[in-house]
Design a protein around this ligand. Structure first.
Ligand SMILES: *Cc1c(COP(=O)(O)O)cnc(C)c1O
Length: 360
């Protein structure tokens, strides 16, 4: 029986993966920034058009490393509408998340509400370019500069996104990405961090490698954020398919755009100037009851969308969050539709007919 899930990992041909991996076998070198990691970093710099990248073992550790450097146990202004890793990293690093509600159209942090949340304990802003949709980066940068705050972007969804002519990873003091199997470019587990400042790059770099300065000396505190050659080989095998992957995802997004009765549901509005990566297709219903009804109908047809993001992160048990009416409302009404390479048109048709039907 068919099973249409919200995402399906794109896997490159296994022989191509094995061919790349053979290098690690021949050299008997499978981790500690081996040749495959170095090769992948060079290829990604070129593909993404960025000056610097540090590949890491997932997309959470770079957020934690950035917070370790910038957070200083203070208050970190953040969005309640993201994956749990955004908030949990702040708490894990002994900082206090201070939530600022989101813009109801772009679904990113509402930059007009940030300044009111700044106190003398605020050390950083951690915002998410949700679904690859850029935050208002210029305004947030202005606020961060004015108040002398560090600016971190959780850009887990942003592989390949360009904003106003350059990689979205170039904005903020540090930007992070995830290469998790559910993400558009994947290494099973993996991630990366980006920054444009040489001193900061050096700190991020040694922080992800136990603080090492050669084998016997240490620059400072660090953790193990390294990725293995096995994962880097996956990344190298994936890269040649990225163009095809984006074309395919665009096809699915356009099918939804053309066939969903969008007068009844809200879809994602991408900020102008964005060259998007078609990473997610969220739809927002009028109320949660309707969402649950549609979800049930889809499930009955073995179609499994995902309530992404739910819950609003200010409601997590381990945070003291003020009410965030917009984020809580949207989190209760939003779900992501299946979106992956080779999702057949007949299934797209079925999904659209089920979603559309509920409104009449
Ligand atoms: C996937 C994701 C992460 C975490 O990435 P991992 O690679 O799974 O650690 C962080 N933030 C957001 C917004 C994500 O979607």
């Amino acid at each position: 029986m068919k099973n249409i899930t919200v995402t399906k990992t794109f896997l490159p041909p296994q022989e191509e993966y094995n061919t790349i991996l053979k290098h690690a076998w021949d050299k008997k070198w499978i981790t500690n920034r081996g040749d495959l990691v170095l090769r992948l970093e060079e290829k990604l710099k070129d593909y993404l058009q960025v000056d610097n990248i540090i590949i890491t073992n997932n997309g959470t550790i770079p957020i934690q490393i950035a917070l370790k450097l910038f957070g200083h146990g203070g208050e970190v202004i953040t969005t309640p509408f993201s994956y749990v890793a955004t908030t949990s990293s702040i708490v894990w690093e002994n900082c206090k998340p201070v939530f600022v509600d989101i813009d109801p159209i772009y679904l990113t942090i509402d930059e007009t509400k940030i300044e009111a949340a700044i106190t003398d304990k605020t050390t950083a802003i951690l915002a998410t370019h949700v679904y690859g949709n850029p935050c208002n980066v210029y305004e947030i940068e202005r606020i961060a500069k004015k108040h002398n705050l560090k600016l971190i972007y959780d850009a887990a969804h942003c592989f390949g996104v360009n904003y106003n002519g350059q990689s979205l990873f170039n904005y903020g003091d540090v930007s992070t990405c995830s290469f998790h199997a559910t993400k558009i470019f994947q290494t099973a587990e993996g991630g990366s961090m980006f920054c444009n400042d040489a001193d900061l790059y050096h700190k991020l770099y040694y922080s992800h490698n136990f603080g090492h300065d050669g084998s016997l000396k240490f620059h400072g505190l660090g953790i193990n954020g390294k990725i293995s050659e096995l994962q880097a080989a996956m990344g190298l095998a994936m890269l040649p398919y990225m163009e095809e992957i984006i074309v395919e995802r665009k096809r699915v997004v356009e099918y939804y755009n053309n066939n969903l009765r969008t007068e009844f549901i809200q879809t994602l509005k991408i900020r102008e100037g964005t060259d998007w990566n078609y990473s997610y297709y969220p739809i927002i219903f009028d109320n949660e009851k309707l969402l649950l009804e549609v979800e049930r109908n889809l499930n009955e047809n073995n179609i499994v969308p995902r309530r992404y993001f739910y819950p609003s992160l200010n409601t997590l048990k381990y945070v003291e969050g003020n009410p965030m009416p917009i984020s809580e409302s949207i989190a209760s009404r939003i779900m992501c539709l299946p979106l992956y390479v080779n999702l057949e048109e007949e299934n797209l048709k079925l999904i659209c007919s089920i979603v559309n039907k509920e409104h009449v």
